[in-house]
Ligand binder design. Structure first.
Ligand code: TEU
Length: 561
């Protein structure tokens, strides 16, 4: 798909405000903290910021439980602060993407409070099922563990929550719900935002009558890419997002390439792109806390499938971590001796594939997963539920946490939510107060201030990566995977034919995903003539030969100059 759009040529920086910077010393990051760091973001060269939810919320799920879509939570500041942030970004030509969480609200949202009363205009705003308090409507499970249904004593009925019980699902089959959501979206667009990141947007349509899931199913086949989802998403785009300069990125767990086309292709619903999950879930076992070491051959196969599958129709997003995922350098790289080198290598991957790169805060300095020595250090609802059930299963024996600690440290969402590491001062310079979650103890070594002073840092390399995206070749070039079966090497070309002088541009990217050195034999049908080194995370020859000797975690990008 080579029709131009600003968001295809952009790099987006994701800010998780609760953990970014605290400007008032209450231990919680806030909008003032982001405003103070706007120059830092701008210096990376990124084109847009995606801000995780800052709306009024009881914070059962760090703001993904919204009580008022049109108000800023006190913990983050107020609407004037938000407007100031918008203006500071726009003055620097950085666009602002807001999170849109409309699969569910908080149970403290006015709509839900009124819906509990059974009669009146909000009665059908949520999924209510009559019945007995000891008889679940079906076997669907919440993403955060346990049943997806809770009994409400006030209405004396069950309500559906695919996430926490404080996150009741909105009933999108009700046209009033859809209109209320579209009004709210218009209101935000009127405030000058540049796009939405749409939380679990492929889960908004549920099968009528709520059938049980099949054997070994949590019911997902009845609510992921559900029966009316394309009708709803298409309608939303038509009513609210007809202006193509607005970025609409859908978060869509469990989509295949074929599903994705229905959301993003030319005759699909009209979304710009999706966050698909295949390449960050293929290593999961029965659930995410049983993850295995990710296998590179499978990882390449998945990413190549997405590159090719959306090449002519649709668009990819590129990410290896975000606020829900462990730190990429710990998961896909090597966070010891090769931390910096492998962080650069992974950044090279996300910035040289086809699609729009998303950089999650801290990734640009190579932040790692954190130790969580005790249960009490954990904050996230998902991991706390998981630990509670594991401890229950172990009948509370004293070391029960120790049994799951390794899995928690590998996969918990809290890994992504430890404070941004700015300096080597207390709490990584994140707050003058007591942080709501502890900083990763490695902040004395891994921090922005140190990275700024070091020309060899991950941070400096990221600026070069972002600058590389200026090349049309890397934005619009065709992708071809090389050596698919090599267990250590990820190598590919990008090719852009045409241009005014009919010349063909090419990129050759070679990444060694291993602690041992290796050699890449460039296949005979790939010409290396005329290619020059554009970026590397180690000393490398300026022009490629036919055999490339790569050190551990070495990354090289050769390009037509
Ligand atoms: O996440 C949706 C989702 O299904 C997963 O990312 C999930 O949270 C994770 O994989 C569990 O292991 C979105 C938000 O990004 C997340 O922060 C929210 O908690 C969730 O929706 C509910 O709003």
């Amino acid at each position: 798909d080579d029709e131009r759009a600003w968001w295809k040529e952009a790099v987006v920086y994701q800010v998780y405000p609760k953990s970014f910077a605290d400007s008032d010393g209450d231990g919680v990051g806030d909008l003032g903290g982001v405003i103070d760091r706007v120059d830092y973001i701008d210096e990376l060269g990124v084109d847009a910021v995606w801000l995780n939810p800052v709306y009024e919320s009881p914070q059962a799920d760090n703001g993904y439980d919204i009580a008022d879509y049109r108000a800023i939570d006190d913990a983050y500041g107020d609407m004037e602060d938000w407007e100031r942030l918008r203006d500071e970004l726009h003055e620097r030509d950085v666009r602002l993407i807001m999170d849109l969480v409309v699969n569910h609200t908080s149970d403290e949202h006015e709509w839900f409070r009124k819906s509990r009363r059974e009669d009146g205009e909000y009665a059908d705003y949520y999924h209510w099922v009559e019945g007995e308090p000891d008889e679940l409507p079906n076997d669907w499970e919440s993403v955060f563990g346990g049943s997806a249904w809770s009994w409400d004593d006030e209405r004396e009925a069950w309500y559906l929550h695919l996430f926490d019980e404080k996150q009741p699902d909105l009933n999108w089959a009700n046209p009033d719900v859809r209109e209320a959501v579209y009004d709210m979206m218009e209101w935000w667009l009127g405030k000058g935002i540049d796009g939405f990141r749409m939380d679990v947007i492929n889960m908004i349509s549920k099968a009528e009558d709520y059938p049980d899931g099949g054997p070994d199913s949590d019911g997902a086949e009845h609510f992921m890419n559900g029966p009316r989802v394309h009708e709803y998403v298409g309608e939303m785009v038509e009513e609210v997002l007809d202006d193509e300069s607005v970025l609409a990125v859908g978060e869509t767990p469990g989509v295949s390439v074929d599903d994705a086309r229905e959301y993003v292709s030319e005759d699909g619903d009209g979304l710009s792109m999706l966050f698909q999950f295949e390449h960050v879930t293929f290593d999961h076992g029965e659930h995410k806390f049983d993850a295995d070491d990710p296998d590179l051959v499978e990882f390449k196969e998945i990413l190549a499938k997405w590159q090719e599958g959306l090449a002519d129709d649709g668009w990819n997003s590129l990410y290896l971590n975000n606020h829900d995922q462990p730190r990429m350098v710990s998961r896909f790289g090597s966070d010891g001796e090769y931390r910096r080198k492998s962080a650069k290598l992974l950044g090279t991957l996300t910035h040289t594939l086809g699609g729009t790169p998303f950089v999650y805060q801290g990734e640009e300095i190579g932040m790692t997963n954190a130790p969580f020595e005790t249960r009490e250090a954990l904050r996230d609802v998902e991991v706390r539920n998981y630990v509670a059930s594991a401890v229950d299963d172990a009948e509370g024996h004293a070391d029960a946490y120790e049994d799951v600690r390794e899995a928690v440290e590998a996969m918990s969402r809290d890994n992504a939510r430890t404070p941004m590491q700015w300096t080597d001062e207390a709490h990584a310079g994140f707050t003058d107060g007591d942080p709501w979650i502890d900083a990763n103890p490695n902040y004395a070594e891994v921090n922005v201030s140190r990275a700024r002073d070091d020309p060899d840092s991950v941070l400096h390399y990221y600026r070069d990566l972002v600058a590389l995206r200026e090349r049309d070749l890397l934005v619009y070039g065709d992708f071809e995977l090389l050596a698919p079966d090599d267990p250590d090497l990820f190598a590919y070309t990008r090719t852009l034919a045409g241009g005014d002088d009919e010349s063909t541009e090419r990129a050759l990217v070679v990444l060694n995903f291993d602690d041992e050195p290796t050699t890449f034999e460039v296949p005979a049908d790939v010409t290396v003539d005329g290619l020059e080194l554009a970026l590397a995370n180690d000393d490398a020859p300026a022009v490629p030969g036919r055999a490339l000797d790569l050190g551990p975690w070495e990354a090289r990008v050769y390009l037509t100059p």
